[in-house]
Write a protein that binds this ligand. Structure first.
Ligand code: FAD
Length: 546
């Protein structure tokens, strides 16, 4: 079961090279495009200005879902496509797309709402073609209480249980990038595209700034027959790098989540929690060893690179939780972490009013040849990618009529695990004698799939790597070493925010782990004291603010 490490290419090995396709942006959209293109035989390189998934793709609600909200807004086509993708992704990445029951509690006095929800769920089942085991069910009040202890019982009539999936958004994105690299793509994080090179009005390449090279960095250029802009909320800025006008208009919408300890909200199922301030609802989702709750949804016009949860946004979520779980008496002190992301809501300039800005994606080919793709959702990254690469092939055939169009096969490409193999059983056999508790093995399998044996192998060689990174969490030191050696982690933040997810669930735990992570990374990456301290200072300043 040998796999290739995700290797960060050096700028000097790329400088001056030509690729069929340059992808700008290493969120789930860019990752999906790189995989689709590489598996269709295109020479492909992806550049990401921060870390892979450091934009919106690490700050979602972590659901692979049809989207009840879309159904509520009568966006049937979006829901249908999403439900189908959910079913497929469960098969392609069963180790990290986990089926999860969701509870919708029902209360007296809300007859119309209760009926509407039931009708919506029946439609949802129909779209998924759910059999007996997958379709929604009615719950008695006792069953609701057992899944959601502490829930408000006053007027509780029972509830409905349906199924969707949750995932680890950042690790899923990373896994798609790794799979793209297995198909021959190259991917470089901390590599910002600072200019689009244009000749006779057409973009033929990009200028890249290597942000990980420090003072030694010099910009380099790479040529691409086609350039795809998959930079989410930065799409408009990126499109303008060629000096032309952008056809895209991005209207970012901010979404905040909070994390709580499971002991403070001991739910076994995810639950839909009504807001007390408007007619929206939040999801409370058990996730790793915490519960994450969100999201808010407000227009945003601040700094795209520095999005923070504001106290009133956190209170909006806490108010909803306290109304639903009155005995929990949750306060700001219970919030172990917060995170905020931006939805890239887009429209083509001149088409539609801002009220029509939809959550569907937009795919636009500009006059300079750059193809921009933005919007959509994590769940639908795969069809978005195949549609984009179809457009890439269209452009390639205008440049070279002999170029053959290859169809997408990503509906059959496994992402991070092998079909028909019980990977967890294999891992347990491999780990015999390594003294790892079952819960750690299950965690490693869910995070690394077929590559989990490589993390355990590190630990077998150096048993001290089996130590925990942070009290109260199952993450082990071997994961830091693995992140640097095999997953292109370059900073403390890369490790603590996206290779493992400590900043998402436990801000204090992450701050306390920064020293250990910096020491392990310094050893692996030969950092001197100055660089190590600089990294620590940056991380501490960033996360002390919450
Ligand atoms: P991003 O992830 O933002 O990626 C764009 C990347 O481009 C960034 O990493 C950025 O650093 C990079 N970049 C920018 N400029 C440059 C440059 N010049 N050079 C190189 N790189 C550059 N969807 C679901 O399916 N399920 C959910 O539960 C869900 N929950 C959500 C909750 C919230 C609060 C939000 C905001 C969204 C949610 N979504 C969800 C939607 C989903 O998260 C997004 O649609 C998706 O992550 C967008 O991915 P992206 O790759 O387009 O953008």
């Amino acid at each position: 079961m040998s796999t290739k490490p995700l290797r960060r290419p050096a700028s000097k090995e790329l400088s001056g090279r030509e690729f069929d396709l340059i992808v700008i942006g290493g969120g789930i959209t860019g990752a999906g495009i790189a995989l689709d293109a590489a598996s269709r035989g295109l020479s492909t390189i992806l550049f990401e200005k921060g870390d892979f998934a450091s934009g919106t793709s690490s700050k979602s609600t972590k659901l692979v879902h049809g989207g009840l909200r879309y159904l509520q807004n009568l966006q049937f086509a979006v829901t249908l496509e999403s439900v189908r993708e959910r079913e497929l992704l469960e098969k392609l990445a069963p180790h990290m797309v986990w089926r999860l029951p969701f509870v919708i509690p029902q209360y007296r006095g809300k007859r119309f709402k209760n009926m509407k929800v039931r009708a919506g769920l029946s439609l949802y089942d129909l779209m998924a073609g759910s059999g007996k085991n997958g379709s929604h069910k009615r719950l008695t009040p006792a069953e609701v209480l057992s899944a959601c202890p502490g829930i408000r019982v006053d007027g509780l009539l029972g509830g409905l249980r349906y199924y969707d999936c949750r995932t680890d958004d950042a690790r899923y994105t990373l896994e798609v990038i790794k799979t793209a690299c297995e198909h021959g793509a190259l991917a470089m994080n901390h590599a910002q595209v600072v200019n689009l090179s244009r000749r006779k009005g057409t973009v033929y390449g990009v200028e890249v700034h290597d942000r990980a090279a420090g003072a030694a960095s010099a910009n380099f250029t790479v040529r691409g027959k086609v350039v795809v802009n998959a930079t989410g909320v930065w799409s408009q800025q990126t499109a303008q790098l060629s000096g032309g006008k952008s056809l895209l208009e991005v209207a970012p919408a901010k979404g905040v989540h909070i994390a709580l300890k499971q002991s403070r909200l001991p739910i076994t199922d995810a639950i839909l929690v009504d807001s007390v301030h408007d007619d929206r609802f939040c999801f409370a989702v058990p996730w790793y060893d915490s519960v994450i709750v969100g999201t808010t949804d407000t227009p945003y016009d601040g700094d795209l690179d520095n999005v923070q949860a504001e106290p009133e946004e956190v209170l909006y979520i806490l108010d909803a939780l306290n109304a639903q779980f009155p005995f929990a008496r949750l306060t700001l002190g219970d919030v172990t972490a917060t995170f905020a992301g931006l939805r890239p809501l887009v429209r083509e300039k001149g088409k539609g009013s801002s009220a029509e800005v939809s959550r569907k994606h937009s795919l636009i080919t500009a006059q300079d040849g750059v193809i921009s793709i933005a919007g959509g959702k994590l769940t639908t990254y795969r069809p978005m990618a195949s549609e984009t690469v179809d457009a890439v092939f269209q452009r390639l055939t205008t440049l070279d009529a002999a170029r053959k169009i290859v169809p997408s096969t990503t509906d059959k490409i496994m992402v991070g695990c092998e079909a028909g193999v019980d990977g967890l059983e294999q891992l347990s056999e491999f780990a015999q004698g390594a003294k790892l508790p079952n819960e750690t093995l299950a965690l490693l399998y869910s995070m690394y799939g077929k590559r989990a044996t490589e993390v355990v192998a590190l630990m077998k060689e150096r048993p001290e790597l089996g130590k925990r990174i942070s009290v109260g969490h199952s993450y082990i030191v071997a994961q830091i070493v693995y992140a640097v050696q095999n997953e292109a982690a370059c900073t403390i933040d890369d490790v603590l925010s996206r290779r493992i997810r400590l900043t998402i669930t436990d801000n204090q735990g992450a701050l306390q782990s920064a020293d250990l992570v910096s020491r392990v990374m310094a050893q692996e990456l030969k950092w001197d004291e100055r660089r190590r301290n600089g990294q620590k200072d940056w991380f501490t300043t960033r996360y002390k603010r919450g």
